[in-house]
Ligand binder design. Structure first.
Ligand code: COA
Length: 264
C-alpha cells in the first residue's frame, strides 16, 4: 500500500516505519506523500487507537529531507516544499489519537522536525538530534524553528539551528526534547507500553488534552481560531461532561471498580 513505509496494526497501535534504510530514511516526496496517506488512515480507521512513527534499520530514525531533491529548486518551489511538509506535520500534531515518535538513531533536519510534530518522543541511547540545515545554507522548513523553540527554549534552539551541531540522547533528555531514553532493543516495547496505558483512557478526553496543549504552544491563529488556551480548556472541560466516558469514569471511581471507556 505504501512504497516507502512499512505499516502494521498491533492491538490497536499503528506502527509506521519509514523504510529507506539505504538512504537513512531521508524524506523524499514519496515518503511525504505516503506519510500524509498513513496519517489519514490514523484519522479514519477506527481500529487504530494510537500510533508510533519510527525508522527502519539500526542507524537512523530519519536523516532529514532528501537533499538530492533540493538542487535546482526555485524560491517558489522552496515555499511549496515547506508548505507541503508543514501541512503533513500539522496533521500529525493535531491528530486526536496519540502519535509518538520512537527515535532509533539519527533524527536530523526534517527527521528532528517529524519527531517534534509527534505528541511526544522516546529515543534509543544511540539517537542523535540536530537541525543541520545551516550547513546547506538553509533553515528548517517543516516547523522546526517553531517546535524546537517550544520544546527546548529560545537559547538552545538558537544554538542548535545556528551551529547545526548534533546533540546526544542524554542532552535531548536534559533539554526536554525526549521523555525517555531506552536501549535500542527496548525502544519499541517501551513505546508500546506507554501507548497501551494511554489508549485505555477516555479517547474524547485524550483528544481534548491534545487540542488544549496545542493551543498553548501553537502561535498560528489559523490553528487556534483566535481562542486563548484558557478559553479552549473551559470549552473542552465542558465537552467532557457531555460524554458517556466521563459519566463512566466518575461512576467507576464511586463504585470502586475499573472504568471501561468506549470513546463516546
Ligand atoms: N538526503 C539524501 N540522502 C541522504 C541523507 C539526506 N538527508 N542523509 C543520508 N543520505 C544518504 C547518503 O547520501 C548515503 O547515500 P549513498 O550510500 O547513496 O551515498 C546514505 O544515505 C548513507 O549515508 P552516509 O552519509 O554514507 O552515512 P554516514 O554514517 O557516513 O553519515 C550522516 C550519516 C547522517 C551524518 C550523513 O548521512 C549526513 O550528514 N546526512 C545529511 C544530514 C542532513 O544534513 N540532514 C538535513 C537535511 S535538510
Amino acid at each position: 500500500m505504501y512504497s516507502t513505509l512499512l505499516t502494521e496494526i498491533e492491538n490497536g497501535i499503528f506502527i509506521i516505519t519509514i523504510n529507506r534504510p539505504d538512504k537513512l530514511n531521508a524524506i523524499n516526496k514519496q515518503v511525504m506523500a505516503d506519510l500524509d496517506k498513513a496519517i489519514d488512515e490514523v484519522y479514519n480507521n477506527n481500529e487504530i487507537k494510537a500510533t508510533i512513527i519510527t525508522g527502519s534499520g539500526p542507524k537512523a530514525f530519519v536523516a532529514g529531507a532528501d537533499i538530492t531533491e533540493f538542487s535546482g529548486l526555485t524560491k517558489e518551489q522552496g515555499v511549496q516544499v515547506a508548505k507541503a511538509g508543514q501541512d503533513v506535520f500539522h496533521k500529525i500534531e493535531n491528530c486526536h489519537k496519540p502519535i509518538l515518535a520512537a527515535v532509533n538513531g539519527f533524527a536530523l533536519g526534517g527527521g528532528c522536525e517529524l519527531a517534534m510534530a509527534c505528541h511526544f518522543r522516546l529515543c534509543s541511547n544511540n539517537a542523535k538530534f540536530a537541525q543541520p540545515e545551516i550547513n546547506l545554507g538553509l533553515i528548517p522548513g517543516y516547523g522546526g524553528t517553531q517546535r524546537l523553540t517550544q520544546l527546548v527554549g529560545k537559547g538552545k534552539a538558537m544554538e542548535m539551528m545556528m551551529s547545526g551541531t548534533m546533540i546526544t540522547a542524554n542532552e535531548a533528555l536534559q533539554y526536554g526534547l525526549v521523555n525517555y531514553i531506552t536501549a535500542p532493543e527496548e525502544l519499541l516495547s517501551k513505546t508500546k507500553e506507554l501507548l497501551t496505558t494511554i489508549k485505555n483512557k477516555a479517547p474524547l478526553a485524550i483528544a481534548r488534552i491534545i487540542d488544549c496543549i496545542n493551543v498553548a504552544v501553537v502561535s498560528d491563529s489559523a490553528y487556534t481560531n483566535g481562542k486563548s488556551g484558557y478559553d479552549k480548556e473551559i470549552e473542552s472541560f465542558g465537552d467532557c461532561f457531555a460524554s458517556e466516558d466521563m459519566k463512566e469514569g466518575v461512576a467507576a471511581f464511586l463504585e470502586k471498580r475499573a472504568a471501561v471507556f468506549v470513546g463516546k
